[in-house]
Write a protein that binds this ligand. Structure first.
Ligand code: DC
Length: 229
């Protein structure tokens, strides 16, 4: 079967990366979590005092973009790639609530998006890639052979994120998480550059009431259909 490009977009915490990772493992494709890249930029900004409270020093961040090197290395134990920021593994640090709370405004900055999209397109030059995010089917890979747009209710997504964080031992409050999910939905869909929206040729998957194996089987069927065209 030919190597295709698969773009998976959708709201935060709706299980995009779980399904994308599983499929990549099963069919031997590269998996790229584009959200991890925006998270890594945010972590850099937090670590270097570029974000103070709610304020982002945009001109400093713009200058510092050349010093932010993001890469992925396959972790055989986890069976998926880990995110590295300037050579340091930051896979866990980019998933904290602190980074989640600051990432949307960082991801809305045009110079941040421009640089991330450039790197993402470079990663996908050879095909055989599954990338998930918000603008993959619309901006990064508008010619992707398979585009999926995933949705689930905000309450269900908040519960999933709560379960994920508590399983890692992070103390959190479900009401705070729901607020964060709703705020991020708002910013992601209302920003000026590449807002989250469904590509006209994307297939919609509402996974509110699907189990992970059901979702996995659905995606595998869609892949087989798209790759055999
Ligand atoms: O998928 P995630 O929750 O890890 O994404 C983190 C943030 O990055 C989220 O606020 C949306 C943003 N993002 C984006 O703007 N474009 C992408 N392609 C991926 C993520």
């Amino acid at each position: 079967m030919k190597k295709i490009t698969i773009a998976i977009d959708g709201y935060s915490s709706c299980g995009k990366s779980t399904m994308a990772k599983d499929l990549a493992r099963e069919i031997g494709y590269i998996y790229v979590d584009s959200g991890a890249m925006y998270r890594a930029v945010t972590l850099y900004a937090l670590d270097n005092g570029i974000i103070q409270g709610e304020e982002i020093d945009e001109s400093r961040l713009k200058q510092e973009m050349k010093n932010i090197h993001i890469s992925f290395q396959f972790n055989a134990e986890r069976g998926c790639p880990d995110t590295y920021l300037n050579g340091e593994r930051v896979e866990d640090r980019i998933r904290t609530l602190e980074v989640s709370n600051h990432v949307s405004p960082v991801a809305a900055l045009p110079f941040v998006r421009e640089e991330m999209v450039r790197q993402q397109q470079h990663m996908g030059e050879e095909g055989g890639i599954i990338m998930d995010g918000r603008d993959i089917g619309t901006t990064v890979f508008p010619n992707a052979e398979l585009k999926i747009f995933v949705t689930a209710s905000a309450e269900i997504r908040a519960q999933r994120r709560y379960d994920e964080l508590t399983a890692k031992g992070e103390a959190c409050d479900i009401a705070d998480i729901l607020r964060n999910v709703e705020e991020r939905d708002y910013i992601d869909t209302h920003r000026e550059v590449s807002p989250l929206r469904q590509a006209s040729d994307a297939i919609v998957l509402d996974n509110s009431h699907l189990t992970i194996p059901e979702q996995k089987a659905w995606l595998l069927r869609e892949y087989q259909r798209a790759a055999s065209k």
